[in-house]
Design a protein. Structure first.
Length: 221
């Protein structure tokens, strides 16, 4: 793949076509680890790489993306998806974007602009939120993708290896319906788990749970 993606910089025209790879799945399915693995591969292949993530609750423009496997990559934290375009031109071979679910819906047209450069684009994010609904810009990106890797996790309840759902827990109980993206609430009250389809409790069946006081963006679901 590396030869196909390497720019021919002698005449300034990139010798490649645009390509979008999506990495999706529930919490704890290894999405960031897979994204970082592809970034590392590209760098070892002498490709020019830019990594992005949403800025969220920090003002810092630099952030480190970490995986639970212990790997990490330096990323540019952007406020809006459109900002990504100001960091990328046709000399960039790979554009990697983590936490796509937390970007605005503009990430879809931004991805189309990157593909037109053309760039190789790899995007990771939650495909479904804790309610089981498509998450942010991800469904449109899946439709645009050339390749989709849908990862699974281990179900926390029954240890099934094919968990595809994310369970939000408040005070240890399945959460009722609430905001898709949240919130400032102390970490010891809100937790997320990967669960299989049998063990996942949809919000409408989570009777008696605590409603979240929705205030500001939370650092990491
Ligand atoms: Zn289960």
């Amino acid at each position: 793949m590396s030869a196909a993606w390497r720019s021919d910089r002698r005449d300034g025209s990139p010798n490649r076509t645009g390509r979008l790879d999506m990495i999706v799945g529930p919490m704890y399915s290894g999405k960031s680890a897979e994204l970082i693995r592809r970034v590392d591969l590209a760098r070892r292949g002498q490709l020019s790489v830019r990594v992005f993530c949403p800025r969220r609750d920090t003002r810092a423009a630099d952030r480190t993306i970490s995986s639970r496997a212990g790997t990490h990559a330096e990323a540019i934290a952007v406020e809006t998806s459109e900002e990504i375009l100001s960091y990328v031109d046709s000399t960039v071979d790979l554009v990697a974007i983590d936490e796509a679910s937390f970007f605005d819906l503009g990430l879809h047209p931004v991805a189309r602009a990157l593909l037109a450069l053309p760039s190789w684009v790899v995007i990771a994010g939650l495909d479904l939120d804790y309610r089981g609904d498509p998450f942010g810009p991800v469904p449109n990106l899946l439709a645009l993708a050339d390749n989709v890797d849908k990862l699974s996790a281990v179900c926390v309840v029954c240890h099934d290896l094919h968990a595809t759902r994310t369970q939000r827990l408040i005070d240890g109980e399945p959460a009722p319906d609430g905001a898709q993206i949240v919130v400032e609430l102390s970490d010891d009250r809100v937790r997320y788990e990967a669960r299989c389809g049998r063990c996942w409790v949809p919000p409408q069946f989570a009777a008696g749970g605590t409603q979240l006081p929705l205030t500001t963006f939370r650092a990491s679901p």
